[in-house]
Design a protein around this ligand. Sequence first.
Ligand code: ADP
Ligand code: MG
Length: 518
Amino acid sequence: MPATHHLLLCPSSAPIPLSLLGLEMSAAVGSFTALVPQPATRRRVAWATRCSVAGSVAAASPILKNLHLKCATPLPVLRHIADAMAADMRAGLAADGASDLKMILSYVDSLPTGNEKGLFYALDLGGTNFRVLRVQLGGKDNRVVDTEFEQVSIPQELMHGSTEELFDFIASGLARFVAKEGEKFRLPQGRKREIGFTFSFPVKQTSIDSGILIKWTKGFAVSGTAGKDVVACLNEALKRQGMDMRVSALVNDAVGTLAGARYWDDDVMVAVILGTGTNACYIEHMDAIPKLQDLTTGSGKTIINTEWGAFSTGLPLTEFDKDMDKESINPGEQIFEKTISGMYLGEIVRRVLLKMAEVSALFGDYVPDKLSVPFVLRTPDLCAMHQDDSEDLEAVDLILNDTVGVTRSSPDARKIVAEVCDTIVKRGGRLAGAGIVGILQKMEQDSKGLIFGKRTVVAMDGGLYEHYPQYRKYLKESVTELLGSEASKNVIIEHTKDGSGIGAALLAAINSKYSTEV
Ligand code: ADP
Ligand code: MG
């Protein structure tokens, strides 16, 4: 087993947001200030709809029934989604702009072999977190000799600030991490430290080490980055920090995960991210990409980044999804992402509960003010409520109290809340599963026997997949329903912990400007 040293303060890949600890980080001075707790305030439900607590639960049930109906994903719906995903992938490969799916060329056409050697860094900008990692690669026999990483949550204000502020924050985090490099890590003399930069937003890749941001997603609205080369932005910030490092590979998180998982297992063909946002990539034959007329690679294969978060065909959507989309900073975009990924599941549930509180007095005579605050209910809260198997759903009561200011909920109301969570999470997991089958179907249609009838691994990463057991279960059930129990035995859906970080470092090694023989 390789030695692993996590410098991380909290044990899981999902940090405890500072706001939950009652702390907020000020980007300018890097200090922490305590948030003053706000007194819980509530407003009265309109008198016409006011009713007793017992009656209110019955009144919420038509809303719940309708939600079940609208979110239902029976097999024919799943089939339709899987087929549409395959068709949209084909259209996106045929011509730019012909599909919701951009099917972006990753410029990764050699995958890790295990022979990679040396010290490499990875830097990962996701939606919630920013991670830095270093790894000492020891070649075929020694593999990962040592690795260390750190993780920082991205302060809210930087998500709406300037390009320079965001990249300076990243570069200074990296500089602090590099300063702590110990003797276990060895950089040969005369070499610069090389970085694999995982940037998990839609980028039009122009080479393995450059790419232009198409648009921000996942709630980011940083000014001045769209249309710019994100590697150039990072290099400028590194220069401002006085750091002499080289970005050798710019990779998407899904691409990094595929490369990282493939390092250990040759049967990995697809990688899927389910975290704040969602994306998927897979290994494609160059001759199956009509929009690339004359680009060839040695291996004849490349990784395609589908940017599947933008998929939208035939999704079972509700009024709550549509309203959330309308009020988002990117209306009409990233509809699949808004239906299945971690940033949005909690918010959809909040909207349903708000309607139930307002229209049918789910929580009695009052609607807590906090329930009207967008994104106040987060997916980890749903997850915690979903784990509650106590008879009276006491954890549900506690979380409702803490997060949305419901001071008293009846056991029946809590059951309804739990059902709402289950309905939204079930739809998300099942649709994600159908998307995966869509990709596998497309690969199998092009090369018979490539996927089915042999072992095929789908590498999974992201906080939602990692931490939400019910979501994982629904996803797997949907894949099994679609493929049938025999065929699905050969399709291994597997979590790759830290895959994208190590993957980016491996891709930096493969694309190093130096020989990796040290
Ligand atoms: P990113 O790389 O985009 O920052 P991560 O892969 O770290 O994202 O995943 C973070 C996301 O995972 C959070 O935004 C949240 O939606 C989801 N998540 C984290 N912890 C949990 C949990 N316990 N249960 C459910 N979802 C979680
Ligand atoms: Mg990520």
